[in-house]
Structure formats: structure tokens, C-alpha cells
Ligand binder design. Sequence first.
Ligand code: PEP
Length: 248
Amino acid sequence: MSIRPAIIGNWKMNGSGRDVKLVRRFADFLDKQKIVADVMICPPSTLIDRLGEAIKGAKLKIGAQNCHIEPSGAFTGDVSVLMLKDAGAKAVIVGHSERRTEYGETDKQVCQKAQAVIGQGLQAIICLGETRQQFNKGQTLQVVGRQLRGSLPSTATPQNTLIAYEPVWAIGSGRTPKPADIIRTHAHLRKTLLKLHPKSGAKFRILYGGSVSAANAADILALENVNGALVGGASLSFKDFTAILKSF
Ligand code: PEP
């Protein structure tokens, strides 16, 4: 079955008004080239509105990196899905390992966030992945299976939800799992999705994330059950990100 791939750039806590130009260049590139993929940049919340305005009508979409589960209220410093949607976000990354580690986000909270995102008609990009220690102990499949079961809301469909497998030890490290390991983990996620959603499990996009670069993207994107990539560092560079987009 052919699944339309997705390439999503996660800018993390990087970017400023100066990067409007960069995103315009991404958008122009995408509009001119025949790239058969959904492409999105997830900047910090402060830039969603500006970047969205700057590329209005382009194929490139703008997403967010996190959200609160409530639509409004006394939650100082937080941003709701409703607000992100109002600013122009089309999707929200939830459960990134940096949030799970730094803020102790649990599968239950990630599931609630995904539910809030879907409830507002946006796409949820649910991240999962094992730590180096869990990888070394051979616990990868057990860990990601548990995270997927705990983080995926019952309202998830292949249209409103994307899964991103990101080994924690691969993020920002320049290291990636062996192709056979990626294939094995994505196959396990596919099997779990089919168990949870027998009718549509085959259609969910499962992205790989963790040190995806211009040099390794083509090999990773060609692997079975890899339906795109979540890209951190390389999505801040025109040369690197467009090289990844060209690697299909
Ligand atoms: C990420 O933060 O989601 C990520 C994949 O980062 P990097 O590509 O820099 O490893």
C-alpha cells in the first residue's frame, strides 16, 4: 500500500523573525519541485503566526511543538491547541522525548494532548522512543509498544495522527540505529497499530526521527514502514533540509 510520506521539521527552541526568509525559501522550493510528501515546519510558538502569514497559500505547512490540554484558563506560560490553531498551526508535536524527559510527561498526558489536538481538527504527531539504556538492554520493542498503546487516543485516525519513532539516543547525537533495527521497530509499531485499529492501522504514517541528515535520509526513507521523517537540526538549514526533501 502506498502511503504519502511526511517530512516534518522540528526547530525546537531555535529561530527568530530573521528566519521568515528561510521558511519562504523552503516554501518556494516545495512549490517548484515535485516532492511527493507532506512537508511541515514546527517552529517555536512565537513564530507560528508570522511564518504562516509569510507562506500563505504555499504547500508548506506550519505546526507547533507542544500544547496544553485545556482550551484556556489559569495556566501561566502554557499555550492551548485553540491558540495554536488560531495562530495558523496545522499540527502539534506531542510527547517529544525532550518533553517526556525534561517535564516528566507521561503516556497518559501525551494521549490527552493528542486528544486535544485531534479535537480541534489538527494533526497530532505523537513521538516515542527508547533510551540508550533501554536499547542496550534489548527493551526497544517493549518500550515503544507500551508508549504507543498509552499515547494513542481512541479518536486517532491515519488522517489526524502521525507516529514518530525517535530513539532518544539518536536525537541530536549524529548516531542512528542500524537499518535492521529501524525496520524491526517500525514493523512492531505497525503491528501494534493494526491491533489497536484493525481497519486503518496499515495506513498510519510512522516517521523515523533522530539525526536524519542529507547524508542518511535516502537510505532511511527507503526502509520498510518508514513513511517519512521528523527532522531536528537539519531542518534549520536550507541546504540540508531541501537535500532531505529531494532524497525520495
Ligand atoms: C528531534 O528533535 O525531533 C530530532 C529528530 O532531532 P535531530 O534530527 O537533531 O536528531
